[in-house]
Design a protein around this ligand. Structure first.
Ligand code: FRU
Length: 494
């Protein structure tokens, strides 16, 4: 019976998408190469996996409108993580444990087991005692049609953990055992709980992997845990930790005791729009991570779901990144190599002296482009260098490198008439001879990577197509750019 309900709810959602998708396609804020839903709302990346020759991305999805509600798992497949074939939703609310308005099939992960694709997700329901979150399983023989396990839920919140703050299981396999890390809240502090299982269906609590002492908020959403080099990485999105949207801890892990010993902590992204990242191993050994570029930070102020809502969609993923471990145990986050295949109209300049007068630069059509530059810090005597991005119609986003104060800032107060805020980070300049900058601009976002991909800002900006100028100037002296490369980026959606 409930199999039927699941099937019907998936068909209903797909019909809604089919009815609207041609209209939504014409939206002027649609991205050109970032992953986004065909229609409706998207939030967290879910179940990212390479399965039988294709990348599968699932995502938190409301197919009925461009705002958050009644969570489904959207589904798409790709060979390069840039060109996508959309599929019907993999999961829709259908059971007492995952069917409720403002509830549904919340975030989770995927793994291959028993020759099937297994999904582990959080069922969120309200049975009259407030929201209850439980961990649930669904599986598929072909990777496209899923059925929910009849023994669901496989886990309920343990003693001391709030039942509405127990979510987002991320599963992996080590030797003969499955492990799962789940986000939770205990005594107003965020934590990551570690479980294990021999068969993916029966799960036992193993250890507290890590816990906030107040500095990392009251709830951890979407934790992820994986090996990298000889270390382990824990990432999570803390609630109630100010501007920290996605953080990482790198340390040692002992499978015998389930204890994690963090050595280094860092910020995955300093921008306003990087949340709930999830990672997975690519077949060539890379660790790939995708995060959600959320669009609701000003919502309470503006009573608005973001400008793209009016076009019938909302939310996209930031460019997938490759995670690498550095010698000092910090992490680098590099845009995936695959993006190079989208480059067009290359331009190259070297030994460029930037003065206080604005210099115009060319990068593709000024909307979807890539820009890489190396600032010669030894030859630069300016106090600051400013890049004006997506300028036009009296608007611009300012990316400032303040050498005097070793600070980087991305100011979108005048970006588009909607976005706000200045994202800031400290630049590690000590002993450095040059500073590398890599920018990915798409219609509605700007992603800026510096310091060897360790100091990164991802921000939405809803700038129109006529905001397509790019300028640079120095303040308090001149700046020397050793090399500058720019490229247009091909549209993946036409
Ligand atoms: C994070 C999150 C998750 C939850 C999902 C619901 O953005 O709140 O914790 O599973 O979104 O859509």
């Amino acid at each position: 019976m409930s199999k039927e309900i699941l099937k019907l709810n998936i068909e209903k959602a797909q019909m809604e998408t089919d009815r609207k998708k041609e209209d939504v396609k014409n939206g002027v804020m649609r991205q050109r190469y970032h992953f986004m839903p065909q229609t409706g709302w998207l939030n967290d990346p879910n179940g990212l996996i390479y399965f039988r020759g294709k990348y599968h991305f699932f995502f938190q999805h409301n197919p009925y409108s461009g705002f958050w509600d009644s969570m489904h798992w959207g589904h798409a497949i790709s060979e390069d993580m840039l060109h996508w074939e959309y599929l019907p939703p993999a999961l829709a609310p259908s059971e007492v444990y995952d069917d409720h308005p403002k509830g549904g099939c919340f975030s989770g992960s995927a793994i291959e087991h028993d020759n099937k694709l297994f999904l582990m997700y959080t069922g969120t329901a309200n049975k009259g005692r407030g929201y209850e979150q439980t961990q649930c399983i669904a599986y598929s023989e072909d990777g496209f049609h899923f059925e929910k396990y009849e023994g669901n839920p496989v886990l309920t919140a343990p003693e001391g953990i709030l039942p509405d703050m127990f979510r987002d299981p991320k599963v992996w396999k080590h030797e003969d055992m499955y492990y799962m890390v789940c986000g939770a809240s205990r005594e107003n502090r965020g934590l990551a709980l570690l479980y294990r299982s021999g068969d993916m269906l029966h799960w036992k609590f193993f250890q507290v992997l890590a816990e906030s002492r107040g500095e990392w908020g009251y709830m951890w959403e979407c934790p992820d845990f994986y090996p990298i080099g000889d270390k382990y990485v824990l990432t999570f999105s803390p609630m109630g930790a100010g501007d920290h949207t996605a953080v990482y801890l790198v340390g040692d892990f002992d499978y015998k005791t389930g204890r994690f010993y963090p050595l280094v902590s860092g910020e995955i992204n300093w921008g306003f729009d990087y949340y709930a990242p999830q990672s997975f191993p690519a077949p060539d050994g890379r660790r790939i991570m995708a995060g959600w570029s959320n669009e609701w930070e000003w919502m309470p102020l503006w009573k608005d779901w973001g400008p793209t809502y009016k076009e019938g969609w909302c939310g996209f993923f930031n460019i997938p990144l490759e995670v690498r471990l550095m010698e000092d145990s910090t992490l680098q986050f590099l845009p995936i190599e695959e993006i190079k295949a989208l480059r067009q109209n290359p331009e190259y300049l070297d030994s460029l002296v930037i003065t206080e007068e604005e210099t115009e630069l060319r990068a593709g059509d000024g909307v979807a482009f890539e820009l890489k530059l190396k600032i010669d810090l030894e030859k630069t005597d300016a106090d600051k260098l400013e890049l004006f991005l997506r300028c036009g119609e009296g608007k611009k986003t300012v990316c400032l490198f303040d050498f005097e104060n070793a600070e980087m800032r991305v100011d979108r107060e005048k970006a588009d008439g909607w976005s706000r805020g200045i994202s800031r980070s400290v630049m590690y300049l000590k002993g450095k001879r040059e500073l590398d900058v890599h920018i990915l601009s798409d219609r509605s976002s700007l992603e800026i990577f510096t310091d060897n991909y360790r100091n990164n800002h991802s921000n939405n900006i809803f700038a129109g197509e006529t905001q397509n100028q790019l300028k640079i100037r120095a303040i308090g002296g001149s700046a020397v750019i050793k090399e500058i490369e720019t490229y247009g980026i091909k549209d993946c959606y036409c």
